[in-house]
Design a protein around this ligand. Structure first.
Ligand code: CDP
Length: 218
């Protein structure tokens, strides 16, 4: 019996660029298993904080990544600003990234029989985790637009919103993600760049679908 092709889609981009929403919608429409790789780093960061450890400390962060229990955290918890900042600290540590790599690759290569493939979103999916992905999309948006989106997201969840704080956190996180030596945030050479600064979620989805469908058979 010939095996059905396994479509792998890599979605990367900075905070609040719209990549998570886009990836979720694409997963539903194309019957792909979705992995939000940021949640792995967020859960690792929160695990360190819960144990009163330091997210910048290698031993604390590696221990948390090795014993990761995603079910220990609610979606609310994972999406908090505190989790995002802790995530970007543990994500800076190469040995933490190494621990989380196999799990991400296993989802990409074995998404499960119910799916036609997998879609992973993060910072280094097209460059490191799945360099052979069938489609690579790098989602960008202007900093001011991303700050507005994050403020909106936090307000909708009823989290306290201090614009200056969100701006400072996002700028610092962007810089840590782009400047780190291992797996920095950058488009893969063969990625298609989608700037969503002037698009709503539906428009971004339509553009991405056109791209995915236009560049080869699914
Ligand atoms: O949703 P948002 O873009 O704000 O964040 P996220 O995708 O959940 O990622 C949180 C943090 O985890 C990022 O700032 C990165 O530092 C780190 N991360 C990473 O280094 N590599 C990934 N593949 C995914 C996330």
């Amino acid at each position: 019996m010939t095996q059905a092709p396994n479509l792998v889609v890599a979605i990367d981009g900075p905070a609040a660029s719209g990549k998570g929403t886009l990836a979720r919608h694409l997963a539903d429409l194309l019957t792909l298993r979705y992995l939000d790789t940021g949640s792995l780093y967020r859960a690792t960061g929160l695990t360190v904080l819960k144990a009163s450890g330091d997210p910048t400390n290698e031993a604390d962060a590696v221990k948390a990544a090795e014993n990761l229990d995603l079910s220990a955290f609610s979606a609310e918890n994972l999406r908090s600003e505190e989790a995002g900042v802790a995530a970007s600290h543990v994500a800076f540590i190469p040995s933490v990234r190494a621990v989380l790599l196999d799990f991400q690759r296993s989802i990409a290569s074995n998404p499960g029989v119910a799916f036609k493939g997998a879609i992973l979103d993060g910072r280094d999916i097209g460059t490191v985790v799945c360099p052979d992905a069938d489609r690579k999309i790098f989602v960008e948006a202007a900093l001011e637009v991303r700050i507005k989106r994050r403020l909106q997201e936090l307000m909708e969840r009823g989290e306290p919103v201090i614009e200056a704080r969100v701006r400072a956190d996002m700028t610092a996180r962007d810089q840590r993600d782009r400047d780190r030596s291992v797996a920095p945030l950058k488009p893969a050479d063969d990625a298609w760049v989608l700037d969503t600064s002037n698009m709503n979620a539906d428009e971004a989805l339509a553009a991405a679908l056109d791209h995915i469908r236009g560049t080869g058979p699914l």
